[in-house]
Ligand binder design. Structure first.
Ligand code: AMP
Ligand code: MG
Length: 487
């Protein structure tokens, strides 16, 4: 364990050269204060779990005091937003402080989001709202709890500055940790500005950093793309499985390591509506739940276009052909696990298809349905005929597995979360924070969502809070909520 003064920085990205970034330090802030700190994220960079109490922690991570060894920079990238190419993106308010190597030899990027305007800011203020920082913090830690690859959130640091969106808002800095900050859009930037040599450099850098095992292979560029396809397919299958909707799958928000990246107007499926999008600006539902796997394919195609000179169009096409079957395979396995079924035959496929019709027709809560199923037939609830007949069919297939109901329950409960980041839970954490400067609900939620598959009675006892409130179906007034990009 160490403290934030002794982080082991190994800044590889700076070596790529000035076309790749703007070197820039965070803007100083007055009187930064801690909103929340994640000890489990701290562990990733060998920071002590109580590092937040270090008197210099806030100054170091808000930009007031330089971190020894850090070489902060804003990365250049572009990307496709809602299907159209935007040549001018880049870290307008984010800074990569540097890469830290931990004792396990893993390398983690430390990134500040909301650290002041950079040359990519396009006239925006370079800051992030406290609200959006809380939303990203909770979602990062929640997805990690669910076992889904994601950027992490070490801390939210409040800054005493009002920023203007639709109205004046409180601002904050999010301290993000990630295995990579290279986006599909990073490749697009160099491709569309005619810098073929830098596409190649970035690709070599990515291979060296993330896939050293293939560094000597002659077809490593192709293998890199193949792995990106696989990881993206796997990630989206996992999102679908827990009902996570990213909400803004632009190519600049797609990380090449298949990590959930850049949380904006995300959401979790509550009452099942396949066409739901949590993004208020997404009027055509481009990034709706039901579209995510297809958008993954679309985005990978955009990445592929940048690699044509290096990998060859035919090879890339071959790899792209693997996307859908790979996604289907992962998704099928996820669904099998959720249902406690290992025999994934045509009867299983039919059962799953019917299940989604029922979920949608009966407007069932997606998450709680699987917890109910794990207990079935031990518990009953009012059922209509269609559901009853489906449940009978389900039990038939469960019987074929040759495991006891108790075993099935244990297996199912270990993959079907009891707790997800529901809108009413986020809202209450936001209300307390924004209206009363009370950040305790953010902390409680983070802790509960660290172990979303477990009932955790001790936590509820400790905090004297009602477990039912955290696991119940989302209340009517919070269903299918949408958030705007700046919120
Ligand atoms: P995001 O919506 O966070 O994925 O950001 C999309 C693009 O807008 C990125 O290039 C960001 O750096 C930039 N951006 C968003 N908000 C701000 C801001 N307040 N100041 C500067 N740049 C911003
Ligand atoms: Mg983004």
């Amino acid at each position: 364990m160490t403290n934030s003064k002794n982080l082991n920085f190994r800044n590889r990205f700076t070596e790529l050269g000035p076309e790749f970034y703007q070197a820039k330090s965070p803007d100083p802030v007055t009187d930064p204060y801690l909103i929340d700190f994640s000890p489990s994220a701290a562990q990733l960079i060998d920071l002590a779990p109580d590092e937040e109490e270090n008197k210099d922690f806030l100054d170091r991570f808000s930009g007031n005091c330089p971190l020894e060894g850090a070489q902060p920079l804003a990365m250049a990238y572009s990307g496709h937003q809602f299907g159209s190419y935007n040549p001018r993106l880049g870290d307008g308010r984010g800074l990569l402080l540097g890469e830290v190597q931990n004792q396990k030899q893993e390398i983690w990027d430390i990134h500040l989001k909301g650290a002041g305007p950079t040359r990519f800011a396009r006239g925006f203020d370079g800051r992030a709202t406290l609200q959006s920082s809380i939303r990203e913090h909770l979602a990062s830690e929640a997805l990690n709890g669910l076992g889904i690859p994601t950027t992490r959130s070490l801390a939210i640091i409040g800054i005493r500055e009002l920023i203007y969106r639709q109205r004046p808002e409180l601002a904050a800095i999010l301290v993000r940790l990630a295995d990579s900050h290279i986006r599909f859009g990073s490749f697009e930037f160099f491709h569309y500005t005619g810098q073929a040599q830098n596409v190649k450099r970035l690709l070599e850098f990515a291979i060296e950093s993330y896939y050293p095992d293939i560094a000597q292979e002659s077809d490593r560029y192709r293998i890199f793309f193949q792995r990106t396809v696989q990881r993206t397919a796997k990630l989206i299958a996992k999102w679908q499985s827990v009902g996570f909707i990213h909400g803004v799958m632009n190519t600049d928000n797609m990380c090449i390591t298949g990590t959930t990246f850049d949380y904006g107007p995300y959401g979790f499926m509550d009452r099942f509506v396949a066409s739901h999008t949590p993004n208020h600006s997404d009027t055509h539902g481009r990034y709706a739940y039901s579209q995510q796997s297809e958008i993954g394919f679309w985005n990978l195609n955009k990445l592929a276009e940048t690699l044509v000179p290096l990998v060859g169009a035919e090879n890339l096409e071959e790899e792209m052909k693997q996307y859908q079957p790979t996604f289907n395979r992962f998704y099928r396995e996820e669904m099998g696990d959720k249902l406690g079924l290992a025999i994934l035959d045509s009867e299983f496929t039919q059962l799953v298809q019917k299940m989604f019709h029922l979920l949608q027709d009966l407007q069932l809560d997606y998450t709680n349905f699987f917890r109910f199923l794990a207990d079935y037939p031990g518990t009953s609830r009012s059922q209509n005929n269609e559901l009853r007949s489906w449940l009978n069919q389900y039990l038939e297939l469960a019987k074929r597995e040759g495991i006891s109901q108790e075993e099935r329950k244990v297996e199912m409960d270990s993959v079907n979360p009891k707790f997800i980041l529901r809108n009413h839970l986020i809202q209450s954490a936001l209300d307390k924070a924004l209206k009363e400067s009370d950040f305790s609900e953010i902390k409680r939620l983070r802790i509960i969502l660290e172990n979303p598959y477990q009932t955790q009675p001790e936590i509820f006892e400790k905090f004297r809070i009602d477990a039912e409130y955290y696991s119940q179906d989302t209340p009517e007034s919070f269903l299918s909520q949408q958030t705007s990009c700046s919120a």
